[in-house]
Design a binder for this molecule. Structure first.
Ligand code: IPE
Ligand code: IPE
Ligand code: MG
Length: 250
C-alpha cells in the first residue's frame, strides 16, 4: 500500500482523525496466493476463510461496528463450475462452523446480495444465520454473496417503481436517504473505508451506492496473507487522511 506524501495525507499523531466505524473489504488474490505455492485455487479460497476469521476477530477487538466483505460477486458466475462449487461449499462451511462462535461473540451476520440462482440449502442457511444473530450488536458482519453493486441499485429502483405504481409513493418523495435504506446494505451506515487486497485497482462492482464517499485503499498483498496487523495499518493510514466531503476540510 502506498500513501502519497502530500500534506493532506500526512497528518501527525496529534491530528489523527477518528477511526473508521465501517470497513469494507474486497478479499482478492486467493487464486494467486495458491498459484504462487503450486496449490489448487480452491486451497487459496480455503486459506482466505482463515483470513476472514482473523479479520472479523480483529474488527471486533479494534472497535469497528461494521465489517463488510465481498465473498462472491454476480460476475463470479463467469468462473468454472468447479470453482463456483468450491466457493459455495466454503460459505456453507463458514456459516455452519462459525455461527455458534460468532453468536457468542455478539456478531450479527447479514448476507447481502441477490437470492437469484442460489440453491434452497444455501438460502435456508443464510436465513438461519441472519435470524439467529439478528439481535447481536457488537459487530455487524455483512457478507456480500451473489452481490453486485449495479444489481443492488436496480433492485431498489424496481421496489420504488412498484411503490409508485401502487400509489404508495410519489416520484417527488424519492430521495437519497430513501435509496440508501433500500439498497442491500441499507441497515448499515455507509462504509468509511474500502480496502482491496491483491494490488488490483478497481471496485469490481462493490458498494457503488453506499461507497460513494468511502476512502479507498489498495494493499499489495493477497487476501490469505491479510492479518490483524494489515487491518491496523489500514486503520492508521485512514486516520491520517483528510476527508473533505467536498468542503475545505480540517
Ligand atoms: C478472491 O480471490 C475470491 C473471489 C473472487 C471469490 P480470487 O479468486 O479472485 O483470486 P485471484 O484474483 O484469482 O488471485
Ligand atoms: C472481486 O474480485 C470479487 C470478490 C472479491 C468476491 P474478482 O477477482 O472477482 O474481481 P476482478 O475479476 O478482478 O474484477
Ligand atoms: Mg480476483
Amino acid at each position: 500500500m502506498s500513501e502519497p506524501q502530500t500534506s493532506s495525507n500526512n497528518a501527525d499523531v496529534a491530528t489523527l482523525r477518528p477511526p473508521p466505524r465501517h470497513i469494507a473489504i474486497i478479499m482478492d488474490g486467493n487464486g494467486r496466493w495458491a498459484k504462487a505455492r503450486g496449490l489448487p485455487r480452491a486451497l487459496g479460497h480455503k486459506e482466505g476463510v482463515e483470513a476472514l476469521r482473523r479479520a472479523v476477530e480483529a474488527s471486533r477487538e479494534l472497535g469497528l461496528t461494521h465489517l463488510s466483505v465481498y465473498a462472491f460477486s454476480t460476475e463470479n458466475w463467469n468462473r468454472p463450475q468447479t470453482e463456483i462449487d468450491a466457493l459455495f461449499d466454503l460459505l456453507r462451511v463458514f456459516v455452519r462452523r462459525d455461527l455458534a462462535r460468532l453468536q457468542k461473540d455478539g456478531v450479527r451476520i447479514c448476507i447481502i446480495g441477490s437470492r437469484e440462482g442460489l440453491s434452497a440449502d444455501i438460502l435456508s442457511l443464510i436465513d438461519e444465520a441472519m435470524e439467529k444473530t439478528r439481535d447481536n450488536t457488537r459487530l455487524t458482519l455483512n457478507i456480500a454473496f451473489n452481490y453486485g453493486g449495479r444489481g443492488e441499485i436496480v433492485a431498489a429502483m424496481q421496489e420504488i417503481a412498484r411503490a409508485v405504481e401502487a400509489g404508495r409513493l410519489k416520484p417527488d418523495q424519492i430521495d437519497e436517504a430513501m435509496v440508501s435504506r433500500m439498497v442491500w446494505t441499507g441497515e448499515s451506515p455507509d462504509p468509511d473505508l474500502v480496502i482491496r487486497t491483491s494490488g488490483e485497482l478497481r471496485l469490481s462492482n462493490f458498494l457503488l451506492w453506499s461507497g460513494a464517499y468511502a476512502e479507498l485503499m489498495f494493499m499489495d498483498l493477497w487476501w490469505p496473507d491479510f492479518t490483524r496487523e494489515s487491518l491496523e495499518k489500514a486503520i492508521d493510514a485512514f486516520r491520517r487522511r483528510d476527508r473533505r466531503f467536498g468542503g475545505l476540510g480540517a
